[in-house]
Design a protein around this ligand. Sequence first.
Ligand code: URA
Ligand code: CA
Length: 434
Amino acid sequence: MRIVDLIEKKRDGLELTKDEIDFIIKGYTEGSIPDYQISALTMAIFFKGMTEDERANLTMAMVDSGDKIDLSQIEGIKVDKHSTGGVGDTTTLVLGPLVAAVGVPVAKMSGRGLGHTGGTIDKLESIKGFHVEIKNEEFIELVNKNKIAVIGQSGNLTPADKKLYALRDVTATVDSIPLIASSIMSKKIAAGADAIVLDVKTGAGAFMKTLDDSRDLAQAMVQIGHNVGRKTMAVISDMSQPLGFAVGNALEVKEAINTLKGEGPKDLTELCLTLGSHMVFLAQKADSLAEARKMLEKAIQDGSALEKFKDFLSSQGGDSSIVDDPAKLPQAAYQIELESKEDGYVSEIVADEVGTAAMLLGAGRATKESNIDLAVGLVLRKKIGDQVAKGESLVTIYSNFEDVNEVKEKLYSNIKITSTAVKAPILIYEEIMK
Ligand code: URA
Ligand code: CA
């Protein structure tokens, strides 16, 4: 086989076979096929697309390029959730203990990464003593005992995807649905998921800005899942404004605690119940989505979800007393209100720009080397559709420096107020099962 012939084949819009895709991914991972040939190939894929079989084969070739996590010692069906990323997305912190409380095993591998706020691990590390440096055996024991544990990303998972993603990033080939879908799915499958619930975000703060693109991506991933034998479904949810109120690490932990108590923001609560119901259903812990939802609502009402969160924290060295006393979380030195300059209705809260404002405070990493300030961030006091009076607070800024003018300017220019009433955006657009 010669790579140049395969580039030509794809350039002409023909279908690559499984053997050909395996050859490409193996050669690229090992270094026998150079970047410039894979650049040409990904550009051909960008224009010609990939068939259903090609997408499934590419996904599994990337899974097979590195280590695979073996979760077979964990009892039950391991359902993983993946979000395509947004601003102030606290769902993982809520969903883990929530579905674990009704018996769904949550074996979460998580990373740090770049972004407006830290990743799930950073957020959890705002709890004193909590750590994810545990051995594989301990991880598995903890999931069997508590139904939930989180471990730091380790090993050599999907090296082909790492290399390919970095190359796509500098060759204008990130925005290809088959390449995005196989990239995301390969990581979930290598991490050991039996079933996958996808939260595909749509809107200004999302990777996919339009509903059509979000739907295409969701369908592509669900289809890959089915073709490689993993039950997969996707929810398309709004990211035109940040989810919930809090954007920041310790602030989101507090928001997650409130939500597990049944006192969380309406949108965050609803999205968690929707995603959670699908997780419980795919894990075969309920016979219908309605039954699954009832189980989750009960776990919030009777306190078992909150208890589960405490057990989870203390099992991994964390101070679980923060759950009853969130004042023990890292606190920012200054709380500054962003006052509305006019009367009216909030019509727009540009999610990614609000995320950038949180990053200016130090809540996220710009580069891998940046330090994160776990205490700082933003808490929205108003969401789209809310009425606001002049002088009333739109956002509370939690900062460790006093001069927050740059942050204020960013927020003022990205929170729009109009004089006429505005409807709140739809939270969940579609649920795609197949
Ligand atoms: N996220 C991923 O993991 N892969 C992509 O290709 C795009 C977004
Ligand atoms: Ca939030």
